[in-house]
Design a protein around this ligand. Structure first.
Ligand code: 7PJ
Length: 310
């Protein structure tokens, strides 16, 4: 072997497959009604506003629409690149709510926030009726935890409205998903499921560029399943679509640390860093100020400072 070959075979920091170079610059671009999301040079941060009386972490805090809107503005000021608004708790065992009730909760918040912030707004719902009204009220993205499975109208709506959609993996239904999650190969099965639902979306006429995938951390998964998925993010990040990861304050962190939801900040930040280095394009988080700072530093290590050599 020649000297030159030996030299070129020597790995540089960017050659290690730890996410440091798994993405070229601007690998995906999603156009929303309120701005373009360009991925590949920094990680996007999705701040969460739950307008529910019973969400596992922020339940009850934002049931008043004015408070929810004010908090949403606060999340953008704290660094959120987009805001996710949900009106039905999907924590294990939470009772489902009707479309009417969900609409009453989220619509004033979507309308209010739309007037006040310029960032993309996603609506966290699996009901086409709720999604349709939220899009009309100014939402930009549909975040469907059922990946188009629970409401046959959803794929039709997303295709017709030509909006981006998050397809999230879940085993079972929210009410029962944590009863006995089972997989023979959790990473492979989640990937196969997401591929299948990408197919459903494309078949319905959704544009490929508008599809975001998400392993659904905590949705029908044991602690070990969640850890395998987080470790396996590079595989999911290579599916040809932006990857969204939501681990914030979830129960698996509580299991590791024996900590209640309000004691899971540091664990959530550790998971956010792992997601950045696993190749996630969007991190969904409740604690925007802290997650933003952590992600900015992780991003600087991963991508370099804006404009600097890599
Ligand atoms: C997720 C979500 C998630 C997506 C919730 C919570 C539980 N949507 N909605 N991904 N989690 N796309 O607020 O932590 O992980 S609800």
């Amino acid at each position: 072997m020649s000297e030159a070959k030996v030299h070129s075979a020597k790995p540089s920091a960017n050659d290690f497959d730890v996410g440091l170079q798994s993405l070229p610059a601007d690998d995906y671009v999603i156009k929303t009604r309120h701005g373009t999301m360009a991925f590949g040079r920094r990680t996007w941060l999705m701040g969460v506003i739950n307008v529910t009386p019973d969400s596992f972490y922020d339940g009850g805090k934002r049931f008043d629409p004015a408070k929810a809107v004010a908090d949403g503005i606060g999340l953008v000021e704290a660094g959120a690149d987009m805001i996710d608004i949900g009106g039905e708790s999907t924590r294990p065992g939470a009772p489902p709510v009707s479309a009417e009730e969900e609409l009453q909760r989220v619509l004033p918040v979507v309308q209010g926030l739309r007037r006040m912030v310029k960032v993309p707004i996603s609506i966290d719902t699996y009901k086409a009726r709720v999604a349709r009204a939220a899009l009309t009220a100014g939402a930009d993205i549909v975040n469907d935890i059922s990946a188009l499975r629970f409401d046959p109208e959803m794929a039709v709506l997303v295709a017709a409205e030509r909006v981006p959609v998050v397809l999230m993996h879940m085993q079972g239904k929210p009410q029962t998903m944590q009863a006995e999650p089972r997989y023979s190969n959790v990473l492979g099965e989640v990937q196969d499921f997401l591929e299948a639902q990408i197919g459903v979306a494309l078949e319905a006429g959704v544009e490929r560029e508008n599809i975001i995938v998400d392993p659904g951390i905590g949705f029908g998964k044991t602690l070990d399943h969640n850890l395998i998925l987080l470790r396996g993010l590079p595989a999911l990040a290579s599916m040809g679509h932006p990857l969204l990861v939501g681990a914030s304050r979830k129960a698996f962190i509580g299991k590791i640390l024996d900590a209640k939801p309000d004691e899971r900040l540091e664990g959530s930040l550790a998971a956010a860093v792992a997601a950045v280095f696993g190749g996630a394009h969007i991190i969904r988080a409740h604690d925007v100020k802290e997650t933003c700072r952590v992600v900015r530093v992780a991003d600087a290590i991963r991508f370099g400072m804006p404009g600097a050599p890599r």
